[in-house]
Design a binder for this molecule. Structure first.
Ligand SMILES: [Zn+2]
Ligand SMILES: [Zn+2]
Length: 65
């Protein structure tokens, strides 16, 4: 029986809770663990384009990448 509580390798969109199995499903991801799918609505809820779209700010931790 598999142990419970082990971290799942499957990430989940913070916006719509969709499971992101393939790397192409991931719209954007931050070091702090925030990850969203490629839906614009989900992206805008947790991230913001800055510097004219050349950089992205994470609204969870404020990191600009
Ligand atoms: Zn989503
Ligand atoms: Zn972050």
């Amino acid at each position: 029986m598999p142990a419970r509580g082990t971290p799942s390798p499957v990430r989940t969109c913070r916006g719509c809770r969709r499971e992101l199995h393939a790397p192409s499903d991931v719209g954007w991801e931050c070091e702090c663990g925030a990850v969203v799918c490629s839906e614009a609505d989900c992206f805008e809820e947790y991230f913001k384009h800055v510097a004219g779209g050349e950089a992205t700010r994470c609204l969870t931790c404020g990191l600009v990448t």
